[in-house]
Design a protein around this ligand. Structure first.
Ligand SMILES: [Mg+2]
Length: 98
């Protein structure tokens, strides 16, 4: 995985924060549609599932999210420390639920 390429593309992306946020919402909608198709939900039976459709939409969401993150001036160290912080919180939550 070339994280530098993701960072470079993110920083070169001409879209502003609001446009990126709207793009993220669009990608969330596309993921929702893939999940509904996968679930054979009512009204979507006529649509064929795209191969790896859910995974591809997850990646789209990750890329837009990274683009937002890096364009706000955060770096890899910030990403790493915030990930650790959020993972610890998630782990604590799961332990509490058991
Ligand atoms: Mg997409």
């Amino acid at each position: 995985m070339d994280w530098e390429e993701i960072k470079e593309l993110s920083l070169n992306e001409p879209k502003g924060l609001l446009e990126k946020m709207l793009k993220l919402q669009e990608e969330c909608g596309e993921l929702a549609q893939e999940v509904l198709i996968n679930n054979k939900s009512s009204g979507l039976q006529y649509k064929n599932a795209v191969e790896h459709g859910i995974a591809k939409e997850c990646v789209d969401i990750l890329l837009v999210t990274y683009s937002i993150f890096y364009s706000q001036g955060y770096d890899d160290d910030d990403l790493s420390s915030l990930m650790k912080e959020k993972l610890a919180k998630w782990k604590k939550y799961q332990k509490r639920k058991k």
